[in-house]
Every structure is written in C-alpha cells, then in structure tokens.
Design a protein around this ligand. Structure first.
Ligand SMILES: NC(=O)C1=CN([C@@H]2O[C@H](COP(=O)(O)OP(=O)(O)OC[C@H]3O[C@@H](n4cnc5c(N)ncnc54)[C@H](OP(=O)(O)O)[C@@H]3O)[C@@H](O)[C@H]2O)C=CC1
Ligand SMILES: CC(C)(CO)C(=O)C(=O)O
Length: 319
C-alpha cells in the first residue's frame, strides 16, 4: 500500500514514525515536509523520542518531499498540518487521491471535515481527533511528551457504510491505540472543549498546562470557558455526558506539568501563524450564530488579542 503522511510535525511525525517503523518493508511510506525539517529527514531520517525519553525510534521513509508532484496516488493519507495550512494541503491532496483513498485528518477543530470537503470531493474522509502532546524538538526530531495518543475515528457522512479495515489494521499493527466510533463528534467536541479552553488560557497567560492546574483563578477561567462550550454542544444536540466539563478538565492531569499546548507553542514564536481561527474565532462565531451568551470566552478572546497586540504591535479587530 502507498501511505502518505502529509505534514510530519508533532502529530504527523509521531504517527508517521510508528507506521514507518512497523511497515518499512511491506508498504511504501511517504512524508510531505518542508524547509529545514524536510532537509534533516532527507539527510538523516526522522527520529521520534517517546514520552519518558527511553524509547527512541529512527526511521527513513521511502521518500520525504515538499511536493505531491513526486508522489503516486495513495491508498491512505494521514493529514496533520495546522488549520492555517489546511486549504492548501487539501488542494494538494486532491492530486494524490482517487475515489478509494482514505484520508485521516488529525487536526484539532470541530469543522475540519467540512473545511476539507469544500476542496476535496473524492476519497473517504474520516472525521477524527487525538490526544497527544508532541512537537518538533529540532529539525528531523519529534518529541512526544505525553497524552494517551489515542485516535478517535468516525464514519464519513458521505459514505456512512464504509469501514476502513485496512487503515485500522495498520494502526493496530503499529501499536497505535484507536477507537472506531458511531458518533465520533462526541469525542471531537470533548477534545475541542479541552484544547480550545486550555489552548486559549495557556497561550494568553504563557503558562503550561500544569501551571494552569496549580493556579485556582486560571483553573476557574478554563472551566468557565469549557462550560460555555458545553452550552454550544447542547444547542447543537451533541450528546456529551453531564459531567463533561469536570471530565475534560481532569484530562489535563494526564499531561506532564511542563506540557505546552500546540497553540501556545505557535504563539510563543514571534511572527509565526497560529490556530486562533480554529479556537477563539470559531467559538465566537458559533456563540453568535446560536445566540449563546459566553462572557468568559469573550473575555479570554479579547485578552488574547490584547496580549498579542502588546507583543507584536499589530492591531487585530474583534469579531
Ligand atoms: N502538537 C500536539 O500535541 C497536537 C496537535 N494537534 C493538532 O494537530 C494539527 C497538527 O499540529 P502539529 O503536528 O503540532 O503541527 P506542526 O506544525 O508540528 O506540524 C505540521 C507540519 O506540517 C508542515 N506543513 C504544513 N503544510 C505543508 C505543506 N503544504 N507542505 C509541506 N509541509 C507542510 C509544517 O511545516 P512548517 O513548520 O514549515 O509550517 C509542519 O512541519 C493541528 O491542528 C494541531 O492543533 C492535535 C493534538 C495534539
Ligand atoms: C492539548 C493537547 C496537547 C492535547 O492533545 C493538544 O491537542 C494540543 O496542544 O494541540
């Protein structure tokens, strides 16, 4: 089989290394990367340091390239770029997909499926989400610090009968934990509640997940944002459990104290793009559309804009 990892940063690099390690002789594994990260992978392969630091996996893909022009039509495409690169990546994927290609998007966000389908009308796209704390430590090196690393995967609304047996076999044999879910939007929204609230608070206050847990005021703010996201899910009739805010908040304890959210990491790098659209702006848009009062979300949204304006001197308009 031909398997492409489109984006081999924190998330794609983690799963790409596990699949390549298992299947290097059986399947063709391709990586799409760019810049110094791509150059390092082409010279020395990709190295994955797993949580705890004891296990190190080094792999060499069949090909690492920055253009789909060098790739054949693929059977499976694991898509892990940031939200701001999604549109271009989706248009590129259209060039290496046919009607049988399975696309597994591992981005954070509640409308990733729709964003992809806007530009891709072939293949099977499986809505999904994952809990993992991972990043590019230096070019060619991925460091996974924490998280359950479990992927929740659901059916493509366009092909509700389709069961991705080959993909699930590959994940299982690569020792990747997953669950195949009838209503995956329960997991996607639960994950979103977690990452949007922690993402906004960690990035605005420059605190790690552990530091938020240790601070009663910031914990309270994070839970309030989660509670407002819960109001959105109720209006959308997403059947989350009645203790979802407490449960989501407690998930943070599974991450090492010093874990930063991926949103926070981007915000810390001067001039780098970030996924504020997926987190802050999507929440404000949804609140307005559904006529939901969300004062704590509005507070952190404005505070984030204010602090990033102070840091960069740029002016951004509130929604
Ligand atoms: N990191 C984490 O712990 C988690 C992240 N997520 C979500 O997963 C998604 C991916 O995040 P993450 O892995 O951290 O992101 P990263 O920035 O670490 O990885 C994405 C990689 O894709 C590359 N890329 C993007 N577009 C292209 C392109 N057209 N051609 C070649 N390379 C490309 C980027 O290059 P460049 O660096 O040059 O931009 C980058 O190396 C996000 O939605 C994030 O919110 C979900 C769970 C956990
Ligand atoms: C919070 C975390 C690490 C949980 O998976 C995450 O999804 C992110 O940082 O994007």
């Amino acid at each position: 089989m031909k398997i492409c990892f489109f984006g081999v940063g924190g998330v794609g690099g983690y799963f790409g290394a596990l699949v390549s390690n298992k299947f290097k002789n059986e399947h063709e594994v391709y990586f799409i990367a760019r810049g110094s990260h791509k150059d390092a992978i082409c010279s020395n392969g990709l190295t994955l340091k797993k949580a705890g630091g004891e296990e190190i996996i080094s792999i060499v893909p069949k090909l690492c390239t920055d253009t789909t022009e060098n790739l054949p039509i693929c059977d499976i495409i694991v898509l892990s770029v940031k939200g701001y690169d999604l549109e271009k990546a989706t248009k590129d994927i259209a060039k290496i997909a046919n009607e049988n290609t399975i696309i597994l998007p591992l981005l954070n966000g509640v409308d990733i499926y729709e964003r992809i389908r806007k530009h891709l009308n072939i293949g099977v796209v499986l809505p999904s989400c994952v809990y993992v704390g991972t990043h590019i430590e230096s070019p060619g090196i991925i460091y996974q610090k924490g998280g359950s690393c479990k992927i929740s995967i659901g059916r493509d609304p366009m092909f509700p009968e389709f069961y991705p047996e080959q993909l699930l076999d590959i994940l299982m044999e690569s020792d990747i934990d997953y669950s195949w879910e009838d209503d995956v939007y329960v997991s996607i929204w639960s994950k979103y509640m977690f990452v949007a609230a922690f993402g906004l608070v960690t990035a605005t206050y420059s605190k790690t997940i552990g530091e938020i847990l240790a601070d009663s005021e910031l914990s309270k703010l994070t839970k309030s944002v989660m509670a407002e996201i819960e109001k959105i899910t109720k209006k959308l009739e997403i059947p989350l459990s009645s203790d979802i805010v407490e449960k989501s908040f407690n998930k943070a304890k599974q991450f090492p104290f010093e874990t930063k959210t991926s949103f926070q990491r981007d915000v810390e790098i001067k001039g780098k793009k970030n996924e504020f659209d997926l987190f802050g702006e999507t929440l404000i848009r949804l609140g307005k559309k559904l006529n939901i009062q969300a004062p704590q979300t509005r507070y952190i949204y404005e505070k984030f804009l204010e602090t990033s304006k102070e840091k960069t001197g740029s002016s951004t308009t509130c929604l």
